[in-house]
Structure formats: structure tokens, C-alpha cells
Ligand binder design. Structure first.
Ligand code: SAM
Length: 341
């Protein structure tokens, strides 16, 4: 066995998030606000987006370097045609010890009714659905395209029926928009046996006009739930686990909080991101990426790609969330839909 690839802070490379498209059918106010992403917004032309074969080739190289978990994301991954084809290519990748990878996907759930079954059949293991409120009016306002919450809930049912396990739900909480949805979501998830994660609203990109005052701190979220449904902390399952987990004292499941603003976890960050246009980013708040598409289309061999990725990871010194301040918020950053959420 080769020694693990480590960055400058001795963090191994374990996870790869793969964005398959920069497009999305939602216009969530905190991510791709409709005022900015209107009809004439120039998304990437098809020729600049990695093909499924290119993605699978790169993913296999990442796995040979130590990646254990692949997460498909976007943009909205389910808007890209024939996604199950990519899933079956990724599911076939083997780790150096011969075992398969942990293969998952993050989606807004809008197309899961028709796609959950084909994705499962292609080899997808589990899934995360983003859902910011159960209240239809709040949800329609937040997704920016008047999409009804019942269709996402139906997508979650379809995912469970298809055998995707577990189905996790992510909820971004933004002050003044959906705090009142926190308790109803927690009650629903407990009842439905869904693993719920609350995400602190983050200063990714610039188009959302982020302000610290809009963040509802994880501590406040936990206190709010604990007051009605008592909680106790759960030890992390593995190094680099993003969510702080809490279990209900009465044994009815657990919730998690992803506190990247108030409790940054850069010290344990083992994630790389591959954007739809084939740029490698080593931080969600990155300014610059590394062009892997140029290499792959320039006929680089697998060994050359492996060396290039290894060199980028070896130089990695990102720890944006630990350095976040009034000054860093204004730094140039890549938008989340472009980089892969
Ligand atoms: N379209 C897919 C989805 O809805 O899950 C995948 C991409 S989306 C960018 C991934 C996740 O990032 C979603 O859960 C979304 O709510 C979250 N997200 C987007 N902008 C965010 C922000 N500013 N702060 C925190 N989370 C954010």
C-alpha cells in the first residue's frame, strides 16, 4: 500500500465532489438568485463541460489516490441528461483494495419521482435531498421558481421506495426567511425516519449578498430543537465528518448541524471538488482552480494526471472558514453552482 497523499496540514484526500452541470432548475434566493441568473445568463456551453467518460476517468484516478467517497452534485445534477450512465461508470470504480466507493448524490429532489429508480439500478448507494421548508409558501419563495413542496416530498418517498438508504435531507437556514420552519422540519424528519442536517448559511460566491447577521448559528438551532425534543451529542463517525450530530434522548433518530461559519472544520477537511468544466478546487471558498480538462483533452496519460492532482493536493493550504472575517467576505470567490455544492 502506498502512503496516503497528504496536504500541507497533513489532511488526506478522501472525498471528491463532482459537479456535472452549472445549470439548475431552481433559483434559490441564497444560491442562484433569479435577479442574477435570468433568461440571458450565460451558462457553460456543452463543449466546455466534461463528458461522462472524462469524469469517470478522472474519478478513477482520484480513487487511486485515496478517495473513498464520490458525491455527484451541481448545479442540479438531475437536469443533466442520462445521469444513470455516469452513475454506472462511477459505481464500477474499484479502490486499491478492490472494494467499491461510497457513491452518493445531492439534489433538490424535483426530478426524483422519475429518476430515483434508474439511479438506484445504476448503482447509486444513497442520496441527499435539499429542502428548506415544509411550508409551501416559504418553500416556493426560497426556491425562486414557485416549485411546490409536495413534489419534493414525493421525490423523497420515491427515493426511499427505490432503496436509496439513507435518504438525508439538508436544510439551509437563513435568518428571517425560514427559521420558523426549523421545528416543523425536525418533527417531520423524526416522524418520517429521515436524517436531517441543518446548514448554516454560508458566504459562498457573491451573488447572494451574504451578511453575518443572516446566519442562524448552529448553537441556536440545537437549543431551539432541544427545548422541545431533548438532544444529546453523538461522537463523530469518522475523521472529516461535516455534521455535528445530535441524537434525540427518547431514541427517535438524530439531527445534524453543519456549522461551517460558527464552528469551522477546515482542520479535518478531506474534500476536493471537480467543477463541471473540469477545474479542480481544493476549497468551497476557492479563488482559483486547477485545469484538469486542459490536461485530459491535451492527451495527458493517467500517470501524468495522477501526478498533477497529487501535486495540487500536496500544495494545498486552504482553511478559509477558519480565517473568515469581514475582510475575507469581499475576496473574489467562485459561485457555488459553478464550483459544485
Ligand atoms: N442542486 C443540488 C441541491 O439542491 O442540493 C446540488 C447543488 S446545491 C449548490 C448543494 C447544497 O448547497 C444545497 O443543499 C444548497 O442548499 C446548499 N447551498 C447553496 N448555497 C448555500 C449557501 N450560501 N449557504 C449554505 N448552503 C448553501
Amino acid at each position: 500500500m502506498e502512503p496516503p497523499l497528504l496536504d500541507r496540514y497533513r489532511r488526506p484526500l478522501r472525498d471528491l465532489r463532482i459537479s456535472v452541470t452549472d445549470r439548475c432548475n431552481f433559483r434559490c434566493v441564497y444560491c442562484m438568485p433569479a435577479e442574477v441568473y435570468g433568461r440571458d445568463f450565460a451558462f457553460l456551453p456543452r463543449s466546455l463541460v466534461l463528458t461522462y467518460e472524462e469524469i469517470a476517468r478522472l474519478a478513477a484516478i482520484f480513487v487511486s489516490l485515496g478517495v473513498e467517497k464520490l458525491r455527484i452534485t451541481g448545479g442540479e445534477p438531475l437536469v443533466r441528461r442520462d445521469l444513470p450512465d455516469l452513475v454506472s461508470q462511477l459505481a464500477a470504480i474499484r479502490r486499491p483494495d478492490g472494494s467499491g466507493v461510497d457513491l452518493t448524490l445531492t439534489t433538490n429532489g424535483s426530478a426524483l419521482r422519475s429518476l430515483a429508480e434508474p439511479l438506484r439500478a445504476a448503482g447509486l448507494g444513497r442520496i441527499t435531498v435539499s429542502l428548506d421548508s415544509l411550508d409551501d409558501e416559504t418553500f416556493r419563495r426560497m426556491n425562486g421558481v414557485d416549485f411546490p413542496v409536495t413534489r419534493v416530498l414525493d421525490g423523497i418517498v420515491a427515493a426511499r421506495d427505490a432503496g436509496l438508504d439513507p435518504v438525508k435531507v439538508n436544510m439551509v437556514v437563513r435568518r428571517g426567511l425560514n427559521e420558523t420552519s426549523v421545528l416543523p422540519m425536525a418533527r417531520w424528519a423524526r416522524e418520517a425516519g429521515v436524517v436531517l442536517r441543518f446548514i448554516e448559511y454560508m458566504d459562498v460566491g457573491h451573488t447572494n449578498g451574504w451578511r453575518l447577521d443572516d446566519v442562524v448559528p448552529a448553537g441556536e438551532l440545537v437549543a431551539m430543537i432541544d427545548a422541545e425534543m431533548p438532544l444529546e451529542p453523538v461522537a463523530p463517525g469518522y475523521r472529516g465528518e461535516v455534521a455535528n450530530r445530535w441524537r434525540y434522548r427518547d431514541g427517535a433518530g438524530e439531527v445534524g448541524v453543519i456549522a461551517s461559519v460558527t464552528q469551522p472544520f477546515c482542520g479535518d477537511c478531506t474534500r476536493a471538488r471537480l467543477s463541471a468544466e473540469g477545474m479542480l478546487y481544493t476549497c468551497l471558498f476557492a479563488i482559483d482552480g486547477h485545469d484538469l480538462k486542459g490536461l485530459i483533452r491535451g492527451r495527458a496519460t493517467d500517470d501524468e494526471l495522477r501526478d498533477a492532482i497529487g501535486a495540487v493536493w500536496g500544495r494545498r493550504g486552504d482553511r478559509y472558514s477558519e480565517l473568515r472575517s469581514g475582510a475575507t467576505v469581499a475576496l473574489p470567490k467562485v459561485e457555488m453552482h459553478a464550483l459544485g455544492g
